[in-house]
Design a protein around this ligand. Sequence first.
Ligand code: GLA
Length: 335
Amino acid sequence: MKRRLFLTLIAAATATSASMIAAPVAQAADEVKIGFLVKQPEEPWFQDEWKFAEIAAKEKGFTLVKIGAPSGEKVMSAIDNLAAQKAQGFIICTPDVKLGPGIVAKAKADKLKMMTVDDRLVDGSGKPIESVPHMGISAYNIGKQVGDGIAAEIKKRGWDMKDVGAIDVTYEQLPTAHDRTTGATDALVAAGFPKANVIAAPQAKTDTENAFNAANIALTKNPQFKHWVAYALNDEGVLGAVRAAEGRGIKADNMIGIGIGGSDSALNEFKKPNPTGFFGTVIISPKRHGEETSELMYTWIKDGKAPPPLTLTTGMLATRDNVTQVREQMGLASK
Ligand code: GLA
């Protein structure tokens, strides 16, 4: 009796360990591996995208390879590297949209599926490459939300618009940046803001330091204004303008900056005990841009179903007073 039980147990254990050994082998054969390349890995927006991509990876059971690719060279070697690791596809926010045809050719040569996020690739004549599925923000409309928000606050404060200067931190080589700041300018002008008071401040790179330098020039050249407002393609750009203004003694009561993003750059600003010139941000969704793009790529690899050619996401204006509620509404509260 005892012996029979012992043999049964042995048999069961053998079966279990056999299946345990077999399982990883079977998984390795059809393991899905997806690359996620971003142009500015130090920027909180991109870290959030990665964080949400990781959530998709855990849920679906694929391997995510996160790569910071701040130059064309890095992008090209990263794609080769992904192919060598037997990845099947990647999502990319490119450091330069004009690299489009080169990136498409490289992905094709390496037999990798590709989808873009945030910044859409363009061809030699500057037109979007429509054959590559893309998820970006509805840039012009989100820019308009920024401009409307600034105009409403100017009116609330009772400022005379002729005394207000607008720092328009621009980055014209990136279409989504052009559309965002144009939307903001258009909304301001539609609200009665004098177009001549809009000062273009071109930045060399889309970060706070470069926006700070650009805004400083705009402020130096225009000492005539009593109050200021500022906008840019993202929160980092507006923070640069706000810091430049602070350096000249222009603080929260004389500056209305509204950014785009809603990641840590903005959240940290709202956490400061006293309000700064960074008045608000249009929160966009790193969850959709990170998690949803990854899921779309996974389905493409697994089931052969390609992502929609173009997905444009929306945003919601938040200030330090309602940022928690807005984040909750956008499904970002857990962070
Ligand atoms: C661009 C900007 C980022 C972020 C994303 C959002 O890539 O450089 O800061 O705003 O768009 O799509």
